[in-house]
Design a protein around this ligand. Structure first.
Ligand code: UDP
Length: 537
């Protein structure tokens, strides 16, 4: 196995390996791929990291640190021609998309990076001071066009998948059994039951899926259908798959997924456990919107395991009414909390129609802060999530179940209250609650997609009272789930159940740490070395 610091020779020569890493421009993909790039570079692999100006500005602190520690990574900023794709200026990351109508154009625009990347790789190889020619492309799965670039260079293309093997396997099974599942759901519905069924062909326990997970709405649009098919083709042609997970977390799903796709699958995470100083960890993705000294001084003063951390990732948003309802729930819980609220920060940046509800929400939040002074911390914008989760004071995480968030919580041994909003988040919830047994559901069954506005879902402004009344998750639900996880209230063995959940979470965190531990030849370190050798042989 290659030890950190070695220059790994490529293809039977002494030339070092050179990986071209192409992340999707979305925080949930960019953050783990920056960690991956650093892990590769720490093993002596030369890394060309492809990014764009807006994204580079966000990862700049990490890039500077990588340079200062002489990690062989070069960050290359390609122009992403957003205007050609009909996207607003600066719309270079999915969290900056301000209208649901822009998601498909954003996905279609990704392939506009093909020419700039090919041109860059050509010019870099003409450069007298050049690095060796690329040995492989590590591409986000959604960048299907990198298959052409790899083919033209005659090098392997390894894909990086954002979510877990559990999710990937479930998706394959849904795809394969779509007609049968639709029929089962229709039957359940006509019998007056919930529009849901159990996914066949999975290892235990049984996994329940709802109608919206089977009838993928995007499939019904020819534009989405086309791009999803193109992604699938490129995925089928890939040489191997990297997953941000670890073998001990989901052994049977990893194995089954590997069997299904008949190619190497390397579980190389949790990537958030990349070892670095807390100052650098605090800048993952973006610089924190709060003074970290103040935040961590406050956390240091809290009792171990007492704080509720609330955050919904980089994309998910809620209506103003829903945000307020959640705030009431946190207030009523009586527990200390740290709550990352993206909705106000966003609207302030955007003005336009979001201004009125944003001003109302801002005023409401300021009032709440006064009422819970000393007990509740509201972060308006980006939170240093991995650090908060890793702090001893954090006792639970109310999360939207983005895979990175789930895995970061697992890595920190923190139990979760699950509130999925869209995409893989519903299956991630099932994984947390039913498979791992380290969470409790808030109780949301239908997707929520709110983009760019903080008024109600139709974008119309309404009074605070009307909006609160329309909230899908009630303050009582928030209170209940916090209580269930933190104390296990309600009697009937609930406390014991809560303690067992916490114990399982702690055990998993230990396994996660071991998986990433070089000195103990952890499974994820081994898998990454294996992937490197796959390319070099
Ligand atoms: N994140 C963060 N601070 C925030 C919001 C998100 O550091 O305020 C990080 C989080 O730690 C995770 C990523 O952004 O690494 C979000 O990825 P995830 O898959 O959880 O959700 P997504 O944003 O893709 O929905």
């Amino acid at each position: 196995a290659a030890a950190a610091g070695d220059i790994v020779p490529g293809r039977g020569s002494t030339t070092p390996l050179h990986f071209v890493v192409v992340p999707l421009m979305a925080q949930g993909h960019m953050i783990p791929m920056v960690d991956l790039a650093r892990l590769l570079a720490a093993r002596g692999v030369l890394v060309t990291f492809i990014t764009t100006p807006v994204n580079f500005a966000r990862i700049r602190p990490i890039a500077d640190r990588a340079a200062a520690s002489a990690l062989p990574i070069r960050f290359v900023q390609l122009t992403f021609p957003v205007a050609d794709a009909g996207l607003p200026h600066g719309c270079e990351s999915i969290d900056l998309v301000t209208s649901t109508d822009h998601f498909l154009p954003f996905m279609n625009a990704l392939q506009l990076l093909r020419e700039p990347l090919s041109a860059y790789l050509r010019s870099a190889s003409d450069d007298s001071d050049h690095w060796p020619r690329p040995s492989c492309i590590v591409s986000d799965n959604l960048h299907h066009w990198t298959a052409d670039v790899a083919r033209a260079l005659d090098i392997p293309r390894i894909i990086f998948h954002g979510p877990s093997c559990f999710f990937l396997l479930c998706s394959l099974l849904i795809e394969r059994n779509r007609a049968e599942l639709e029929a089962a759901i229709a039957e359940a519905e006509s019998a007056g039951g919930p529009a849901a069924t159990t996914l066949p062909g999975l290892p235990q326990p049984p996994i329940r899926i709802s109608k919206h997970q089977v009838i993928n709405a995007r499939r019904s649009s020819p534009g989405w259908s086309k791009i999803l098919d193109t992604i699938r083709e490129a995925e089928d042609a890939a040489d191997g798959v990297l997953v941000n997970s670890f073998a001990e977390l989901e052994p049977c799903y990893l194995e089954r997924f590997r069997e299904e796709i008949k190619k190497p699958v390397w579980a190389i995470g949790p990537l958030s456990l990349y070892k670095e100083e807390s100052e650098a960890k605090a800048a993952r993705g973006r610089v924190s919107s709060m003074d970290n000294t103040v935040l961590f001084r406050w956390l240091d003063a809290q009792e171990a395991g007492s704080v509720v951390f609330v955050s919904f990732g980089s994309i998910a948003r809620n209506t103003a009414g829903q945000v307020m309802e959640l705030g009431h729930g946190l207030e009523a819980s009586g527990r200390p909390f740290v709550w990352a609220v993206k909705e106000v920060a966003e609207a302030r940046r955007r003005e336009e129609e979001a201004a009125a509800p944003a001003a109302m929400l801002e005023e409401w939040l300021s009032e709440l802060e006064k009422r819970v002074e000393g007990r509740g911390v509201v972060i308006r914008g980006w939170a240093p999530q991995a650090l908060i989760l890793g702090h001893a004071a954090t006792g639970m995480f109310l999360t939207h179940c983005g895979w990175n968030s789930v895995l970061e919580s697992v890595a920190a041994g923190v139990v979760m209250a699950t509130w999925p909003h869209f995409a893989d988040q519903f299956l991630n919830e099932r994984f947390v609650v039913d498979v791992m047994g380290i969470g409790a559901a808030v109780g949301i069954d239908e997707p929520t997609i709110v983009v760019g506005v903080v008024a109600d879902q139709h974008g119309t402004s309404s009074s605070a009272a009307e909006e609160e009344a329309a909230a899908k998750v009630r303050r009582e639900d928030v209170e209940r789930v916090v209580e269930e996880l933190m104390r296990g209230g309600g009697g009937g063995g609930r406390e014991e159940e809560a303690e067992q959940r916490r114990q399982r979470a702690r055990d998993l965190a230990e396994k996660a740490t071991r998986a990433m531990d070089e000195a103990q030849a952890g499974s994820s370190c081994h898998a990454l070395n294996d992937a490197i050798h796959f390319v070099s042989n």
